[in-house]
Design a protein. Structure first.
Length: 150
């Protein structure tokens, strides 16, 4: 492309420049001139739409940055409390008073006593497991062979 000084111009500025060039051709009254004028008007409308979308995109980007910052603040507030949360437990075997960080609980909900080595099963008081406990109660009268067959 030839350097016409327009490489950094906006789309609207470039369309206006082309329109000026077309008007200098004095072809307004010809069929080609009317088509060219209509094309240039359409380009002008497209340029305005693109600039409007670009402004809206900038606004959306700013909003996303603000939401991301707010979410970061919220995560820090919520998870900061969890990081500092300690669990006080008394070992059922050696009666040692123990303190565990939430991260020290294994996937099965157990911790190991550092004094006697006993694996301590942490129980949940949640109602969401009531169906499972009902199922376990119904299995209490069965021996291991019968349980394996279920």
């Amino acid at each position: 492309m030839e350097n016409d000084g327009m490489e950094y111009a906006t789309i609207s500025e470039r369309v206006a420049y082309i329109k000026g060039l077309a008007e200098g051709l004095n072809v307004k009254e010809s069929n080609e001139g009317r088509v060219l004028a209509e094309i240039l008007d359409t380009l002008k409308m497209i340029a305005f739409e693109i600039e409007d979308m670009s402004e809206r995109q900038d606004d959306i980007e700013e909003y996303i940055v603000e939401v991301d910052e707010d979410l970061g603040d919220l995560e820090e507030y919520v998870f900061e409390d969890l990081e500092d949360e300690l669990l006080d437990i008394t070992c059922p075997v050696c009666d040692s008073e123990l303190e565990y960080d939430i991260d020290e609980i294994d996937d099965d909900g157990n911790v190991k006593c550092p004094v006697c080595g006993e694996v301590i099963e942490l129980l949940c008081d949640c109602d969401e497991y009531s169906d499972e406990s009902d199922e376990l109660e119904s299995l209490e009268g069965l021996d291991d062979t019968d349980k394996a067959n279920i």
